[in-house]
Ligand binder design. Structure first.
Ligand code: IVH
Length: 670
């Protein structure tokens, strides 16, 4: 391919990929499979790497991130980013409407919108290309976060249709709740501190230096205003509809994310609807924004120094209840981290009975200045467990004692430590603290690690209490007779336990490594390590430099791995596990390839040539991912006999490619 041919190809692929991306993320419509999309993207990446001069800063290949911003430059806003005047009272909204009616003499139209709880962004497009994205900052100047914003899939990099040459579009970047909860689940898995709420996390994410991390987190954006285009249409509502033609994701009328009305009742109805329904939205909102629609009316009404007179926001009162802090319990995690939990007098909040609230760490208790028996205010945010947001000081007795964070582990009485820069306290008695011992063994046997059948948390408790085990290697020394002696263990269950432990010796190296519970070594990290270092000897002898060279391994993970293997007792544990025949090297799988890289499969039904497990293994060996339920993101469904009709229908409805067993094998063989 010469340069001219490459240029044509790059342009064609860019247009095609942008089209699929828009259909998928903005219109929720999957035109091609993830696999086909990735093949096209890879093709473009290959050409760009051969002809780097053809790689534009707005290429679809930039979506995955990779650009590092060391320092975010300050940018002065061409149009100041104002704020909205706001109120918590419906009467004030009515008064605002009455004032507007008085000062503007035509029939007024209002646009009601959601007030997205995220971070404001102004994005400039020149000649149809995303040029710059700037945060609100202090309203007159913000920070240039372009590289990070480019990773947000619903924000177009190149526009389509009859867009103006140079304009700015503004909107709100937010963390969809599903992605936020996924991120926190991952943090939990690593034994790390969870993020407190979606809004602050969205804001923090937008200012991260590595745009690849931003790309992985899955932020989203809604747009609410266009600047520098003159009046495109008569009013705001029509303009918002118009920008959809250029490729932007706009709030939909169909789900009442935006509504035009000419009456007070219309506005109130919108407010009441969302006051009830906001719990069910897939993102957080903190109110409703009401805007005068027609630009001519907006111009008449004008601005105050800080905000437009033609718009107002109605903020929801977050439901907040008062209750009594009865006590604080300190939980010990498997890595020894201590989490304080508040026990409350039962109280109703958002339709559920609340008895506990998260307190995160000592700083949080200090910030709230909690005293024993305090009357506390409790709210529900994006998190499942409610949180304490303040104290009713009027109810506090002068004799009330301040809550002091515990100094000793509640389980083993060892003095707690708190390392510099860390938010959490830790119990350092790794080997002797019964809760940590049990926690580590429970983690080792869990489904995602060694998946040991016939052994659950209760049995682990009983085995530790009976002093039969104190680490994971002891499991492999257990005998049937020892187990059968335990209370509530009959012959059959004892047998199952012994067989389950034995069967786990076949588990692959990555599962064993994850099961060891090394701090910061989650499932994905374990896979990266085993793939790259091949065996335990390679891992134990790897230097910090070697470790951080591996994809996704940072300094903190590297230090934790090195610290783990420096301990004599850990080396001894590994040696015992090797002796018992567990897998400590990566087996090069037969027939392995990466042809299914990034493709996801649902295998369902009964097959003739292969078992379901065989098929799943083939998928993984060739770089694919097995998932359990069909969504629009699924690449393929392999349908066998007796696959459930509703599942099949779902695949058809979502346009997922359905393969027979033979077609799958043909695909595998290229
Ligand atoms: S319009 C002149 N519409 O609320 C102000 N703002 O206090 C134009 N916000 O910083 C803003 N949802 O980040 C507008 N539908 C919406 C909004 C919205 C959230 C945020 C925005 C702004 C703040 C105003």
């Amino acid at each position: 391919m010469n340069q001219d041919q490459a240029k044509i190809e790059v342009e064609a692929l860019t247009i095609e990929l942008n089209k699929y991306n828009h259909a998928y993320y903005v219109e929720n419509n999957s035109i091609i499979s993830d696999y086909e999309f990735d093949q096209l993207l890879k093709k473009l990446q290959d050409i760009e790497s051969k002809f780097p001069e053809l790689s534009s800063s707005n290429s679809p290949t930039k979506r995955v991130g990779g650009d590092i911003t060391k320092k975010f430059e300050t940018v002065i806003h061409k149009y100041p980013m104002l704020s909205l005047s706001n109120t918590y009272s419906k009467e004030e909204i009515e008064e605002w409407i009455a004032r507007i009616k008085k000062s503007v003499e035509s029939d007024i139209e209002y646009v009601c919108e959601l007030k997205y709880d995220g971070v404001a962004i102004g994005i400039q497009y020149v000649d149809g290309k995303l040029k710059q994205a700037v945060t609100r900052g202090d309203g007159s100047k913000g920070e240039n976060v372009t590289a990070n914003v480019k990773t947000i899939k619903t924000i177009p990099l190149s526009l389509i249709g009859d867009y103006p040459n140079d304009f700015e579009i503004r909107g709100e970047i937010f963390f969809p709740l599903e992605n936020f909860q996924k991120l926190n689940a991952y943090k939990r898995e690593l034994g790390e501190q969870e993020f407190a709420n979606p809004r602050n996390t969205a804001s923090g994410t937008l200012k991260m230096q590595d745009s690849r991390v931003v790309a992985d987190r899955g932020l989203d954006c809604f747009l609410y205003g266009v600047y520098g285009t003159g009046n495109l249409r008569q009013g705001h509502f029509e303009t918002v509809e118009k920008v959809a033609d250029w490729g932007f994701k706009i709030p939909k009328k169909e789900n009442r994310y935006i509504e035009k009305t000419s009456s007070v009742e219309g506005v109130m109805n919108f407010i009441e609807h969302w006051d009830q329904e906001r719990e069910n939205l897939p993102f957080e909102i903190d109110g409703i924004v009401i805007k005068v629609n027609k630009y001519s009316n907006q111009e008449e009404l004008g601005y105050t120094a800080k905000s437009p007179r033609w718009a107002i926001s109605y903020k929801f009162k977050t439901e907040r209840v008062e209750t009594i802090l009865e006590s604080i319990t300190y939980q010990v995690g498997r890595t020894g981290s201590i989490t304080p939990v508040a026990n409350l007098s039962a109280v109703q909040l958002g339709g559920t009975t609340v008895r506990r609230a998260s307190l995160h760490n000592a700083d949080q208790i200090g910030k709230l200045d909690l005293h024993e028996g305090d009357a506390v205010y409790v709210e529900k945010g994006g998190e499942i467990i409610p949180k304490i947001v303040g104290v009713n000081l009027e109810e506090r007795m002068s004799s009330a004692k301040k809550v002091d964070f515990i100094l000793e582990c509640p389980e083993c009485k060892t003095e707690l430590i708190r390392e510099e820069g860390e938010a959490n306290h830790y119990c350092p008695n790794e080997r002797g603290c019964p809760t940590q011992i049990k926690g580590r063994i429970e983690h080792f046997i869990s489904r995602k690690a060694m998946d040991i059948d016939g052994l659950g948390a209760e049995t682990v408790d009983a085995l530790v209490e009976a002093k039969l085990i104190k680490n994971v290697a002891d499991l492999y020394d257990l005998t049937f007779y020892q187990v059968e002696e335990l209370e509530r263990m009959a012959e059959k269950s004892s047998n199952n336990l012994i067989l389950g432990v034995k069967a786990s010796k076949k588990m692959p190296f990555a599962k064993v490594l994850f099961g060891l519970g090394i701090r910061f070594v989650g499932e994905t990290v374990a896979k990266k390590l085993t793939k790259s270092l091949k065996n335990i000897e390679g891992l134990m002898s790897a230097s910090r430099e070697q470790l951080v060279e591996i994809d996704e391994i940072g300094e903190r993970i590297a230090d934790s791995i090195i610290a783990y293997f420096e301990l004599e007792e850990n080396k001894e544990l590994i040696n015992r596990l090797i002796g018992f025949g567990l897998q400590f090297s990566e087996v090069e799988k037969e027939n392995s390839s990466s042809i299914f890289k990034d493709a996801s499969f649902v295998v369902s039904g009964v097959f003739t040539a292969f078992s379901r497990t065989d098929l799943k293994e083939l998928i993984e060996n060739n770089g694919g991912k097995n998932i359990s339920s069909i969504s629009k993101k699924t690449t393929y469904v392999i349908a066998g006999d007796r696959m459930g009709p509703s599942k099949l229908q779902k695949a058809i409805d979502l346009g997922v490619t359905i393969l027979s067993e033979d077609e799958f094998i043909a695909l595998l063989n290229g």
